[in-house]
Design a protein around this ligand. Structure first.
Ligand code: CUA
Length: 406
C-alpha cells in the first residue's frame, strides 16, 4: 500500500512559522471561520433531518402506540433508546474531550503521559457494559415472549394473504373475504394469521411480504410455506395505516392497507352488511333469465374481469381483490387511491399507468400468460394487443356497477 505522509506536529509548526509577517495569524483566522461554517452547516443539516421526524399525525408513528402490542414494544424501545442515548453521548463527549485536550499545537507537541494497564479500569469497563446488556436482554426476551403469546378467549381470527401488490383478509368464522381494509372491533384481540399461500386457490403462493401497522404492532413477515401470526388490538375507533415492509417487486412501496377499528356494535353491523349478497346482483350474463336486464355481466365478460375477481360472492378467495362489497371501501389499489368514480375509470382503462405493475407490457402480442408468473396485476386495456381495447363508455358502465356494490 502506498504510504501517505502526514505533516507531523513539528513540521506543521515549521510551516506556520515559515509564513512571513502576519500570514500565520490570517491563516488561523481563516481556519476558525471555516470551522464556524462547518459547525453551522452541521447544525442546520441536523435540524432539517430531525424536522422530517415530526410530521403531522401521519398514522404510521410507531412512537404513538394505539394498542397493547405496540405499547409493549414502545415500553421496551423507549428505555433502551434512553440508555443508548446516554452511553452514546458519553462516548462522543469523551472522544471530543480527548481530541481537544490532547491536540497538538503551539507549546503542546509532547506526547501525553502514557499509561499501560489499569486493573480497576479494565474490570470496570468490562463489567458495567455486561450488566447493562444483561438488563436489556432480560426485558427484551420478556417482550419477545409476551408478543408471541397466543391470545385466548374472545379473539377474532383473521387470515391475511399477501399478494402482489395487495392484501386479502379472510374472516373464516364470518365467511367474509375482503381486500386492503381490515375492519376490526375495538378492544378485542385480533389474531392475524399471515400467509403467502392462498389455501382456497390451489398452487397460489406469493413472494415474501411483511405485515406492518406501526401504531398497532411490530412487523411480521409473510412467508410462502411458513405461516406466521401476529396479534393486533386497537384501543379506540379509527383508521390505522399499514404498509408492506418487505421488498416484494415493482409496487412494493404502494402495497399499503388500512386497519379500520370500529365500536363492537358498528363492527357487527359491518359484518352483517358484508355477509349479505351485493345490493345490485350481477345481471345480463349469457345465461341470465332476463336478457333485457342490465348488461354488466356481458361487459365484465368481454374484459374477462371474472378470471381474477368476483362480484357476487362475498365469501370467495380470488386472484384479484373480491369486489362483492367494493363500494363499502374508502380506497382502492391497495389503499393507494381514494375511491372516486373518475379515478376508478382511469384505473379500469389503464391500471399500470397509475401503479407500476408487471402487466404493463402483457398485452404485447406474444406476451407471457398470467400463469407464467410474469404478468402480475391489472392489465392495461388501452394498448393494442391480443385482447379487446376498452371503450370509455364500457369503463364508465363497469365503474358505475362497482360503485353500486355497497
Ligand atoms: Cu409486499 Cu412489499
Amino acid at each position: 500500500m502506498h504510504k501517505r505522509s502526514f505533516a507531523g506536529p513539528e513540521e506543521a509548526q515549521v510551516r506556520v512559522r515559515a509564513i512571513p509577517g502576519h500570514g500565520g495569524r490570517d491563516m488561523r483566522r481563516r481556519v476558525s471561520r471555516a470551522r464556524r461554517w462547518v459547525a453551522v452547516s452541521v447544525a442546520l443539516g441536523a435540524v432539517a433531518v430531525l424536522a422530517g421526524c415530526r410530521g403531522p399525525d401521519n398514522g404510521q408513528n410507531s412512537l404513538d402506540p394505539q394498542g397493547p402490542a405496540a405499547r409493549t414494544i414502545d415500553n421496551l424501545f423507549v428505555p433502551v433508546f434512553l440508555i443508548a442515548t446516554v452511553i452514546g453521548i458519553g462516548v462522543l463527549a469523551a472522544t471530543v474531550f480527548v481530541a481537544i485536550r490532547y491536540r497538538s499545537g503551539a507549546g503542546r507537541n509532547e506526547n501525553p503521559k502514557q499509561i499501560h494497564g489499569s486493573t480497576p479500569l479494565e474490570i470496570g469497563w468490562t463489567i458495567i457494559p455486561a450488566l447493562i446488556l444483561l438488563v436489556v436482554a432480560v426485558f427484551t426476551i420478556r417482550t419477545v415472549f409476551d408478543l408471541a403469546r397466543e391470545p385466548e378467549g374472545d379473539v377474532l381470527q383473521v387470515t391475511s394473504v399477501g399478494k402482489q401488490w395487495w392484501w386479502q383478509f379472510n374472516y373464516p368464522d364470518e365467511e367474509i373475504v375482503t381486500a386492503n381494509e381490515l375492519v376490526i372491533p375495538t378492544e378485542t384481540e385480533v389474531r392475524v394469521k399471515l400467509t403467502a399461500c392462498d389455501d382456497s386457490l390451489p398452487g397460489e403462493c406469493n413472494v415474501i411480504h411483511s405485515f406492518w401497522v406501526p401504531e398497532l404492532a411490530g412487523k411480521m413477515d409473510v412467508i410462502p410455506g411458513r405461516d406466521n401470526a401476529t396479534t393486533i388490538e386497537a384501543d379506540d375507533p379509527g383508521t390505522y395505516l399499514g404498509q408492506c415492509a418487505e421488498y416484494c417487486g415493482l409496487s412494493h412501496a404502494n402495497m399499503r392497507f388500512r386497519v379500520i377499528a370500529k365500536e363492537p356494535a358498528d363492527y357487527e353491523q359491518w359484518v352483517e352488511e358484508q355477509q349479505a349478497p351485493p345490493a345490485v346482483p350481477l345481471q345480463g350474463g349469457a345465461d341470465d333469465a332476463d336478457p333485457a336486464g342490465p348488461a354488466q355481466a356481458l361487459v365484465l365478460e368481454t374484459y374477462q374481469c371474472g378470471n381474477c375477481h368476483t362480484f357476487d360472492n362475498p365469501g370467495a378467495s380470488t386472484y384479484g381483490p373480491n369486489l362483492a362489497h367494493f363500494a363499502s371501501r374508502t380506497t382502492f389499489a391497495s389503499g393507494y387511491y381514494e375511491l372516486t368514480r373518475e379515478r376508478l375509470i382511469e384505473w379500469l382503462l389503464d391500471a399500470p399507468s397509475l401503479i407500476p405493475m408487471e402487466t404493463e407490457d402483457c398485452r404485447e402480442p406474444g406476451a407471457p400468460a398470467v400463469e407464467g408468473g410474469t404478468c402480475v396485476g391489472m392489465p392495461s386495456f388501452t394498448k393494442d394487443g391480443p385482447g379487446p381495447v376498452m371503450s370509455q363508455s364500457d369503463a364508465e358502465q363497469i365503474a358505475d356497477y362497482l360503485l353500486s356494490l355497497k
